[in-house]
Design a binder for this molecule. Structure first.
Ligand code: TMP
Length: 211
């Protein structure tokens, strides 16, 4: 089997976890061995970096440090987990990947999209998901959904304007890169979102592999 690499993206509160679970079940039925992982995280080292990045106490963290820490966590995940899994023909489903850095650090923090790609080119050596699913949600609704959950982390605690730039940034990217990024409204019923994801994966990837 050929490896399969799918990333799910979207603002905080978009419902990625539910869709990842449904996607995992679908790909298992297709006969794939699945690795579900998340960013930042997914390895011992990357989870340790996550603890630093999201720690609310670290309010003084510079934007550059933030970008580099996300890239460091990603480099470790790619080398330790993702590349070996793809080489072994497994399906990797990643909760967030490069596009999160492009949107949160490049656009919402204002470091610039080109800077984010440059840093991550070094970290990833060109690796990209075959398909990125964007669960599109307005910032207000995302924050409302999150507020019902436990304590907010350092990124979630950013104000509404920051999260509006995130939501807009995702839309900008998805419009610019329609081939690679598929945008689906996160306000649709979960079964409908799942059906759209399955259709996209079948049309764009699996049919080409003849699975
Ligand atoms: P999570 O809450 O989806 O686990 O993600 C952690 C937070 O980190 C979330 O607010 C999005 C943010 N983030 C970035 O700012 N840049 C990145 O590259 C990644 C992967 C996540």
């Amino acid at each position: 089997m050929q490896g399969l690499f799918i990333a799910l993206e979207g603002p905080d509160g978009a419902g990625k976890s539910t869709q990842i679970q449904l996607l995992q079940e679908y790909l298992e039925k297709k006969g794939y061995e699945i690795i579900v992982t998340r960013e930042p995280g997914g390895t011992v080292i990357s989870e340790a970096v996550r603890q630093i990045i999201l720690n609310k106490e670290y309010r003084e963290m510079s934007e550059k440090t933030e970008l580099l820490l996300y890239a460091a966590a990603r480099a470790q995940l790619v080398e330790e987990i993702i590349r070996p899994a793809l080489k072994a023909g497994k399906a990797v489903i990643c909760d967030r990947f490069l596009e999160s850095s492009v949107v949160y650090q490049g656009i919402a923090r204002g470091l610039g999209v080109d800077t984010v790609y440059a840093v991550n080119d070094f970290a990833l050596e060109g690796l990209r998901p075959q398909l990125t699913i964007l669960l599109d949600l307005d910032a207000e609704e995302g924050l409302r959904r999150k507020k019902n959950q436990a304590e907010l982390d350092r990124m979630e605690a950013e104000g509404l304007e920051f999260h509006q730039r995130v939501a807009e940034g995702y839309r900008f990217l998805a419009d610019r890169e329609k081939e690679r990024i598929m945008r689906i409204s996160a306000t649709l019923p979960k079964e409908e979102i799942h059906a759209k994801i399955v259709l996209a994966i079948e049309e764009r990837i699996l049919n080409r592999y003849q699975i």
